[in-house]
Design a binder for this molecule. Sequence first.
Ligand code: SAJ
Length: 412
Amino acid sequence: MSIEKVLVVGLGYIGLPTAAVIASRGMDVVGLDVNQKAVDTINKGEIHIVEPDLDIVVRSVVMTGKLCATTEAESADAFMIAVPTPFNEDNSPDLSYIQAAAKTIAPVLEKGNLVILESTSPVGATEKLAGWLKEARPDLSFPQDKGDAADINVAHCPERVLPGYVLQELVSNDRVIGGISNACSEKAVALYQTFVRGECIITNARTAEMAKLTENSFRDVNIAFANELSVICDKLKINVWELVKLANRHPRVNILNPGPGVGGHCIAVDPWFIVDSCPEEAKIIRQARLTNDAKPFYVIDQITKAADEFKRPVIACLGLAFKADIDDLRESPALQIVKELASRDIGEIIAIEPNIHELPANLSKEGVQLATLEAALEVANVVVVLVDHKEFKAADSTQFATKVVIDTRGII
Ligand code: SAJ
């Protein structure tokens, strides 16, 4: 049976662009979300998240009737689940959103349907999803029991796009596709090939789950290495940026950049899923998480020491986002650092974030001011670079000559 209609569950940073891109290929797409406001926004042809060019694609597919949003499940040929998989306080994965998605789509499932889990998931989650669907629909057969002959196919295909480049990477990245049976994989490949230009590589569901976790853990471990080096270099009075540049001249060395910590919703989360599955074995992966989580506190200490040299210093904090040239402040080490500084009352804090127009309420309540770089530099005693936004990289470095500078990104 060919796939003509797709229901995407979860219209966030991954679900909405995916739904829009599939719709732009001429398929009928229904987006399902629990957030009525998001649904209404999308149905007006507008978007509720920030991602370059996404507004244009969404507007066009909504206008042509290829994409519509709803809060109620309806039948389709394929279902794609792109809901959050956060972690609990004890760092164990929280699969409640996937379970809720299973409960929502189960009543409308029909023989021949394909269900794809896109959410980053701990190993075994796709099998769990298939189990929840089976529990809700004992009248249908599932691949964990019937293999290729099952009524319903279930596969994992982790999203791997980089925020800020989602529309390009959705199409150009290779996709790892892990079905519970071969038939599941093949059916999923057929769907992805309608909009992916990269290669669709088949494996099993558990390996696909682990592949995604491995990619982000690889980055986390390597950033932790860079962050550890930066602390060692401070102690040994060596410029870590010069050191990394020199070491990277070696043809087989590629050290990542130290920073104020690791933010975002992926790299700082996914490694915990591996640690939770194999707590005894995942030693380096766990330590990398701890090292990266400790880095903001190291930066706070550096700033506090610098501030101690002044009676009532003005501290300019450059950047609040979790990485360069985006407006996303969630899980941002820069934001964490500024919040903590404000609560310690060690001076006047000015935040410079060219990608936002208003400070988050909890910062303004603490007395933090939002200013332009120029205005902040006129009064600042201490300058802290927390994000390597293009506006900061372009700044004239002589402006910083009379300031105490703490540069966590190595741009000055
Ligand atoms: N960072 C450093 N030093 C570096 C690189 C990054 O400190 O050398 C910091 C950034 O400042 C940021 C954090 O790490 O705070 C993460 O940024 P990122 O750009 O490395 O990654 P994300 O979280 O925006 O997106 C990642 C991507 N994964 C990989 O590159 C392996 C993306 O492809 C995934 O789709 C995404 O996670 C996800 O959804 O899992």
